[in-house]
Design a binder for this molecule. Sequence first.
Ligand code: GLN
Length: 488
Amino acid sequence: MTLRDLPGLTMTALQELLRSRAVSPREVITALHERIEGIEPKIGAYLSLDLQSALSAADAADVNLPLGGIPIAVKDTISVRGQPLTCASNILRNHRALYDATAVVRLKAAGAIPFGKTNMDEFAMGSSTENSSVKPTRNPWDLERVPGGSSGGSAAAVAAGAAIGSLGSDTGGSIRQPAALCGVVGLKPSYGRVSRYGLVAFASSLDQIGPLTKSVQDAALLLQVTAGVDPQDSTSLDEPVPDYLSRLESDLHGVRIGLPKEYFRAGIDPEVKAALATAGAHFESLGAELVEVSLPHTDYAIDAYYIIATAEASANLARFDGVRYGSRAENPANLLDHYGRTREQGFGPEVKRRIILGTYVLSSGYYDAFYLRAQKVRTLIRRDFARVFENVDALISPTTPEPAFKIGERSADPLRMYLADIFTNAANLAGICGISIPCGFAENASAKPLPIGLQILCPALGETRLLQIAHAYEQATDWHRRRPTLTS
Ligand code: GLN
């Protein structure tokens, strides 16, 4: 073990080295910074780094705290006081956070050091990180391919050993989908489990902050620290936070796992399908029982999601008007010209598309036909899950229908891009929790092996069971130990 190896470690492994004083927090930050400097020209995972504050925090770190001295990369839609907060958007290019998000307050209180803001699709709208107004991020397994999105910078940094662990946000799949495409662990907590205070709102009834890490144990550790009620977020749940970590080990005998038949239809890449079949057999060998189940309203999830998410986004993004927030257009002729040009120049094409769609579905005459109907579908989807969870403890599916696609391949076709969330966005509509963990590699799609993600879903507040199932699978396999070689 040399200092150069530190950035590739899990949080848990690093914690041990820090506590035994084998390494110091300053050495960790320095080694991570060197790794980032070396690798960033290839992957472009970060939007900003503040080495000086990280080093001062390292010098003051108490390694006996739960995350003492461990650097965490933070998606650039989550506020870290004094650091840039741009959401990868032109309109916020000069904005700095005035306060810490609650998740960040809790990270810091646990001794972690927020180090680096990661690239993302602008305002978290996208599935490839190509919608960043700054730069695309590249998939460390194949630099010609996307890392997924919208938390693509977080996923790529963790996969490439350019972050120890990271926080992302998931509105329709933005933690799980990039985790799958980059071969790391990504956890979307139940709605309300982690406070959204200080997370720039995209679709407030769907957004959740969650971890992207190299192991399930690390995801449990980050959830442990960040979860819990917060007076600053009235939608945060006032429920006790279980001790996820000490309950991680468990026996899967008697656990019932559902395979939603609607998630295994045509359109799934054959290698993804095969990896899922192998994973299913693996769960059986661990003692779990597999049962086929049905989520009959699955076909409507994407439509409902893109109506509800855009409607909420159109309202949430109204504040970026150059007066309350955002950079302004120069020399406006009058107020309307000010708003018009500020938003025209400040937002990229996908964000504009969403604001227009969202305004349309909320407008008088269309509200009932689109928005209200989508809310009714949301209820049906919620009931689908409630019904199956009466009979099974968890559901498994592929996280995405296909492994990582090529940069540029889908940017001209927004509908095709939206399909990347087909297995993930129902969980946000229903408010349940989900995780993506590595479950194999596709060898045929590219000259390089591309990671495949397994999604596990559990009922709302079922994170303990979710993490147990994911951990049991991870312990019995070694997909998560493979790392990209990063040759182009
Ligand atoms: N890809 C989805 C979208 O573009 C989900 C994004 C997210 O979860 N933030 O809306």
